[in-house]
Design a protein around this ligand. Structure first.
Ligand SMILES: NC(=O)c1ccc[n+]([C@@H]2O[C@H](COP(=O)([O-])OP(=O)(O)OC[C@H]3O[C@@H](n4cnc5c(N)ncnc54)[C@H](O)[C@@H]3O)[C@@H](O)[C@H]2O)c1
Length: 715
C-alpha cells in the first residue's frame, strides 16, 4: 500500500508497519491547511482499505512536526454560521477519530514543534514518542478560541483535569521533558533514535507488551472522576483561570467550562460539546481581533525581513552609555550571542550596567533557562570600557547617552571618527529628530535611529528611524541587528517622537485635559485599565518618569505646536516642578516602595491632592464612556496622522507598533483596527462632541472624507 500526495504520503516501513509522513511541498513547515487535511483523510482511507497493515507511525520529514492549523484560512472559515463551523469541525473529528479507531496500534514520532491541530493529531494516536528537541502545546486560546479537533476531550482524559486545565487554558508550549512529566508524551529520545523508537513501540504493541487498546479506551471514555471530584477540580480552577485571563479574553474560561461539560461524556458526544463551544468563540469580536493581530504580526515580520535582506550580520556591537537603556541593550546583545562593548564616561555607571546584566542573567539561571557556564559566557560578551580603544572593530554602535541634542551630537561626532568604513551609528533617542542629529556627522548615510523600549529585555518593539539622509544599507543592518536581538523592528520615517511617542503624547494630552476639567486620575486609571490597557495613564507616566515625560512633552509641543502645546501649567509640569518624578524617586501620582521581592509596588499617596491643587479642576464626575472617549480620540487621530504623513508604511505597522510599544490592548487590534471596528463615521461624530477641547480632537480632512465614503484602514 502506498499513498503519495503533496503534503502527506504513506510508506511501507516493513513487517506490516506503515509510516504516514508529513512533508508539505513548497513550504518550510508542515501545517494543516485544507489541502493537507484532505490528503490526510485520503491517506487514512487508503490505510483503512488495505490488508496486512499491523501498525502505523506518523512522522514528519521537516524540522518541525506540524506547527498547527493554517491560521490564514481562519478568517474565511469563521465567517460561516455557527452550525456550519460545527459541521466542519465534526467532519475533521471524523478523520482524527478514524485514526484513533484503526484496528492496530498507532504512534506519533514528534521530531520538532507540534502545536494546536498538529498536537491534536498526536493525541489521536495511541502513543507519542518525542525527540529531546520537540515542543508541544495547544496555544489556541491566544487566538481567542480553544482546541476544536478533540484536543480538550483527549487531553483532559489523558492528563487529568488539573494538567489539562493548565495546558489548554494557559496555551503555553512545553518542552519534551515537561510533556513527559505531565503525561502528554510517553517517551523522550535523542533525535537520531526517534523513528526507530516509534517503530519499536509499534512492534511491542503488536507483540502484546503494551495494551494500546486500553490506552485508546481511556481517551474515548468519560473522565474517571466522580461528580464531587469533578466539581472540585473545575470549580477551584475557575478563580485562577478567570483571574489570569482577565475580563477581555473569554477563551480560557470557555475552554474550562467546555471540559467540565463534557467530562461525563464519551468521545463523540464530548466532541460535539467541544465543537459547539468552539463555534461560539470563533464568532466573537475578540477572536477576530486576535486572528487579525496574528496576521499583522506576520506581515510586520515579513516587511522586516524585506528591509534586512542582504545585510551582513553584526558580529561586534557597541553601546554608548551604560544607563538604564545602554545596560539593557548590552545584556540583550550578549544574551543573543553578539559581543558588545559598553562605553561610558563614568566608571560607576559601567559597574551599574554590568550589575543589571548580572541580575538579569541570575534570573535566567534561577528559571533554569541558562546554566552557570552560560551565564559566565554571556557576561564575557559584555566588555565595559571608558575609552574608544577597540571601537574600530565594531559593526554597529547604539548611542544611549542622555537625551540632550548637544551632548548626543558631540558624542556621535566623536564616535564617528573612530569607526571603520561602513560601520553603522544608531541613536536610541526617544524624541530627538534623527535628521537633526545627523547634521553633526560626516557620513549621515550611515546613521539612523534605533529606539528600544524600557525594559529592553522585555519590550518586543524596536523603532528603526530613517533620517533624511539615512541609506537603505544602514536601515537594513539595523533592522537585521534588531531581529538578531529577538525584537520586532518597525521602520518609520523621522519626525518628533517617531511613531510611538508621537501617538502617546496626545493620549497624555487628553489625560491632562481630563484632569484640568476635574477628572480624578485614580478613576481614569481604573477606567483605562478596564478598557484593556496594562496600566492607566497616571501610572504609566510614573513608570516612564515624570521628568522624562516632561522633557518629551516639550519636544513634542515644539514639533507639533498646532495641537501639542498647552496653555498654562498641567499636572505633568506641576509634578516635575515638585520633583515628583514617579517610580524613579518613589513619588509621582502614586507612592512607590519595594515589596518583599524588591519589586516596586504602587500605593495611594495622600499628599498628591495638595500637590496637584490648581492644575486639577473642581471635581466632576465623568462616565466611563466619556473618559474612554476623551482619552482614545487624540491617540487614534494621531495614529492616523502618522499613516497619512507616511511616518509608518502601513496600518499593520502602526497598530503593531502601538501594541508592542505601549501595550495598546491587543484584543482591540490596534488604533486603526479599533477605528475600523467603530466605523469612521461614528468616530468622527463622537469626536465632534468634544470639538471644544481643541485640535487634538479634530479628525483630519482625509478621515472625514473616508468616513463619508465608508472607507476603512484595512480594506
Ligand atoms: N529610560 C527610558 O525609558 C528610555 C526609553 C527609550 C529611550 N530612552 C533614551 O535612551 C537614552 C538613554 O536613556 P537612559 O534612560 O538609559 O539614561 P541614563 O541616564 O540612565 O543613562 C545615560 C548614561 O549615559 C552616560 N553618558 C553620558 N555621556 C556620555 C558619553 N559622552 N559617553 C558615554 N556615556 C555617556 C551616563 O554616564 C549614563 O550612564 C536617552 O536618549 C533616552 O531618551 C530612554
Amino acid at each position: 500500500m502506498q499513498y503519495a500526495g503533496q503534503a502527506v504520503s504513506v510508506r511501507d516501513a516493513g513487517d506490516g508497519l506503515y509510516e504516514v509522513v508529513f512533508d508539505l511541498a513548497g513550504d518550510s513547515v508542515n501545517k494543516f491547511n485544507q489541502a493537507t487535511l484532505a490528503e490526510l483523510r485520503d491517506a487514512v482511507a487508503a490505510l483503512q482499505g488495505s490488508d496486512g497493515v499491523q501498525g502505523v507511525l506518523f512522522s514528519s520529514a521537516k524540522d518541525v512536526f506540524i506547527v498547527g492549523a493554517d491560521i490564514t484560512e481562519f478568517t474565511q472559515m469563521f465567517e460561516r454560521s455557527e452550525d456550519e463551523i460545527v459541521a466542519g469541525l465534526l467532519e475533521m473529528n471524523q478523520v482524527f477519530n478514524s485514526i484513533e479507531d484503526l484496528p492496530y496500534p498507532t504512534v506519533t514520532a514528534i521530531n520538532g514543534v507540534a502545536l494546536g491541530g498538529g498536537f491534536e493529531l498526536c493525541l489521536a494516536t495511541d502513543y507519542r514518542v518525542a525527540s529531546t528537541v520537540a515542543k508541544v502545546g495547544l496555544p489556541e486560546v491566544k487566538l481567542g478560541i480553544y482546541p476544536g479537533w478533540g484536543g480538550t476531550v483527549r487531553l483532559s482524559r489523558l492528563l487529568g483535569v488539573d494538567n489539562a486545565n493548565e495546558w489548554v487554558c494557559g496555551g503555553a508550549e512545553h518542552k519534551a521533558v515537561a510533556a513527559l512529566k505531565a503525561g502528554a508524551v510517553d517517551a523522550v529520545v535523542d533525535p537520531a533514535q526517534l523513528r526507530d523508537a516509534g517503530l519499536d513501540l509499534l512492534r511491542n504493541c503488536i507483540a502484546g507488551k503494551f495494551d494500546y487498546r486500553a490506552r485508546r479506551l481511556e481517551k474515548q471514555s468519560a473522565i474517571r472522576l466522580n461528580q464531587v471530584e469533578q466539581m472540585m477540580a473545575f470549580e477551584s480552577a475557575k478563580g485562577v483561570i478567570g483571574a489570569q485571563a482577565g475580563p477581555h479574553y473569554p477563551a480560557p474560561m470557555a475552554a474550562l467550562k467546555t471540559m467540565q461539560k463534557h467530562a461525563g461524556l464519551t468521545r463523540d458526544a464530548a466532541q460535539a460539546v467541544e465543537a459547539r463551544g468552539f463555534a461560539k468563540l470563533a464568532k466573537t469580536e475578540v477572536c477576530r481581533a486576535l486572528i487579525g493581530l496574528f496576521m499583522k504580526d506576520q506581515q510586520v515580520k515579513k516587511t522586516g525581513r524585506k528591509h534586512a535582506a542582504g545585510a551582513a550580520p553584526v558580529q561586534q556591537a557597541a553601546v554608548l552609555g551604560a544607563g538604564i537603556m545602554g545596560g539593557g541593550v548590552a545584556y540583550q546583545s550578549a544574551s543573543r550571542g553578539v559581543p558588545i562593548l559598553m562605553k561610558d564616561i563614568n566608571e560607576k555607571a559601567l559597574q551599574l550596567g554590568l550589575d543589571e546584566a548580572t541580575k538579569l542573567l541570575g534570573g535566567q539561571l534561577k528559571r533554569g533557562r541558562l546554566d552557570a557556564a552560560g551565564v559566565a559566557k554571556t557576561l564575557t560578551m559584555i566588555r565595559p570600557t571608558l575609552s574608544f580603544g577597540d571601537i574600530a572593530n565594531v559593526d554597529l554602535v547604539v548611542e544611549a547617552v542622555v537625551e540632550n541634542v548637544k551632548v548626543k551630537q558631540a558624542v556621535l561626532a566623536e564616535t564617528e571618527q573612530h569607526l571603520k568604513d561602513g560601520a553603522i551609528l544608531a541613536s536610541n533617542t526617544s524624541t530627538i529628530s534623527i535628521t537633526e542629529l545627523a547634521t553633526a556627522l560626516k557620513k549621515p548615510e550611515n546613521f539612523c535611529g534605533m529606539h528600544f523600549f524600557n525594559p529592553v529585555h522585555k519590550m518586543p518593539l524596536v523603532e528603526v528611524i530613517r533620517g533624511e539622509k539615512t541609506s537603505d544599507a544602514a536601515v537594513a543592518r539595523t533592522v537585521a541587528y534588531a531581529q538578531t536581538l529577538g525584537k520586532t523592528p518597525i521602520v518609520v520615517n523621522d519626525c518628533p517622537g517617531f511613531l510611538v511617542n508621537r501617538v502617546l503624547f496626545p493620549y497624555f494630552g487628553g489625560f491632562s485635559l481630563l484632569l484640568r476639567d476635574g477628572g480624578d486620575f485614580r478613576r481614569i486609571d481604573k477606567v483605562m485599565e478596564g478598557f484593556g490597557w496594562p496600566m492607566g495613564p497616571a501610572y504609566l507616566l510614573d513608570v516612564v518618569g515624570i521628568d522624562t515625560a516632561h522633557h518629551a512633552d516639550a519636544v513634542m509641543a515644539a514639533g507639533f505646536p498646532d495641537r501639542m502645546t498647552h496653555e498654562g501649567e498641567n499636572a505633568i509640569d506641576r509634578l516635575y516642578s515638585l520633583e515628583r518624578f514617579g517610580q524613579k524617586n518613589a513619588r509621582g501620582f502614586y507612592a512607590y516602595a519595594p515589596d518583599r521581592r524588591g519589586k516596586l509596588k504602587k500605593a495611594p499617596d495622600e499628599t498628591v491632592t495638595a500637590a496637584l491643587s490648581g492644575v486639577v479642576g473642581a471635581a466632576r464626575e465623568f462616565s466611563d464612556e466619556e473618559i474612554i472617549e476623551r482619552m482614545m480620540i487624540p491617540l487614534c487621530i494621531e495614529t492616523v496622522r502618522c499613516l497619512e504623513d507616511n511616518i509608518v508604511a502601513s496600518a499593520a505597522d502602526a497598530d503593531m507598533g502601538l501594541i508592542y510599544g505601549i501595550g495598546f490592548p491587543p484584543f482591540r487590534g490596534g488604533a486603526l483596527y479599533y477605528l475600523d471596528q467603530m466605523g469612521l463615521a461614528n468616530f468622527c461624530a463622537m469626536a465632534a462632541k468634544y470639538a471644544d477641547l481643541g485640535p487634538l480632537y479634530q479628525p483630519t480632512t482625509r478621515m472625514q472624507q473616508m468616513a463619508e465614503r465608508g472607507a476603512t484602514y484595512y480594506g
